[in-house]
Design a protein around this ligand. Structure first.
Ligand code: G3H
Ligand code: 13P
Ligand code: ZN
Length: 320
């Protein structure tokens, strides 16, 4: 059993209490490799932001679960070397089984998500409660989910949003004992969230109704990349073919972050930033073949993106 506290990580409880009271959201950035992790830590130390490092099942398969865990442990030391001790949480993103959650809890994760959102309600309650009962023995916090996001999550895809029903949240939170709740209000995973020519809006009215039912309870937004159009343009300028990639407006996320939304998940924007920077090097310097010469600029672009998010979108800067 590896205890997350022994390696300098924190769970989400204190982070979320502060975020709800302070009207900001903690960034949850996914990582699969060293450059992404370096960019996250550099950006969050420089902006003095707390951070949640997210590992998906796909990331575990890609990078190896043991390596990822040691990288997170290294990230704590790295943040100290950079001169800033910031709260760092290691979180399982979209855990789909009890066994996977237990494995993460036993190997140093400080927080897990059990995503039973695709299950019938009672099955979601039972699975989530089972994970909470196990996780809380080790003071690991748990995120549950109600409602289904449109788009693709690992192998599961949904054509349409199934918005979270405000009438269910109190019962779900009460019976499962979860520490935070991911909701579906119109965000979705990936870079193609809306049809071109539409005026995309997330359902802040549903969020408000949920807040009145469970006042002050930590709410999580998945699928919250903004798909910056200047980055999409850069990718396409350097040979990419991303047509009609559209995300969530930053102003809407800022508004959500001022409420009980205290964790905002961002992965796709980071993928886009890295891709734009790498494509630029490949086109402008076709003779380059040292990975550091294209992964370095990708890391710098990623760091700038994350700093922007912490300062201007989530409001988490200076909250460490
Ligand atoms: O919500 C999904 C995250 O963006 C992780 O994506 O499963 O491709 O690692 P992934
Ligand atoms: P994006 O695809 O919008 O970045 O969402 C990421 C996410 O929700 C990870 O769980
Ligand atoms: Zn997600």
């Amino acid at each position: 059993m590896i205890k997350y506290k022994d390696i300098g990580l924190v769970n989400t409880r204190g982070m979320f209490a502060k975020a709800v009271a302070g009207g900001y959201a903690v960034p949850a950035y996914n990582f699969n490799n060293m450059e992404q992790l370096q960019a996250i830590i550099q950006a969050c130390v420089e902006t003095r932001s707390p951070v949640i490092l997210q590992v998906s099942s796909g990331a575990r398969k890609y990078a190896n679960q043991t390596l990822l865990r040691y990288m997170a442990e290294g990230a704590v030391q790295y943040s100290r070397e950079l001169g800033g001790e910031i709260p760092i949480c290691l979180h399982l993103d979209h855990g789909d089984t009890f066994e996977l959650c237990c494995d993460c809890i036993e190997t140093g994760f400080s927080s897990v998500m059990i995503d039973g959102s695709h299950l019938p309600y009672e099955e979601n309650v039972a699975l989530t409660a089972r994970v909470v009962e196990y996780a809380h023995r080790y003071d690991v916090t748990v995120e549950g989910e109600l409602g289904v996001l449109a788009g693709i999550e690992d192998d599961v895809s949904a054509e349409k949003h199934v918005y979270t029903q405000p009438a269910e949240v109190q019962d779900f939170v009460g019976r499962t004992g979860v520490d935070s709740l991911a909701i579906s209000i119109g965000t979705s995973h990936g870079a193609f969230k809306f049809k071109p020519g539409t005026n995309p809006k997330i359902r802040l009215d549903i969020l408000r109704e949920i807040e009145t039912r469970i006042p002050g309870f930590p709410i999580v937004l998945h699928g919250s990349s903004s798909v910056p159009q200047e980055i999409v343009a850069e990718i396409n300028k350097y040979g990419g073919q991303l047509k009609d990639a559209i995300g969530i407006g930053e102003d809407q996320l800022r508004e959500a972050a001022r409420s009980a939304v205290c964790k905002i998940n961002i992965d796709s924007d980071g993928r886009l930033a890295m891709t734009g920077a790498i494509r630029k090097v490949f086109i402008e310097k076709p003779a380059e073949f040292d990975p550091r010469k294209y992964l370095g600029p990708a890391r710098d672009a990623l760091k700038e993106l994350y700093k922007h998010k912490c300062i201007h979108v989530l409001g988490s800067a200076e909250q460490a």
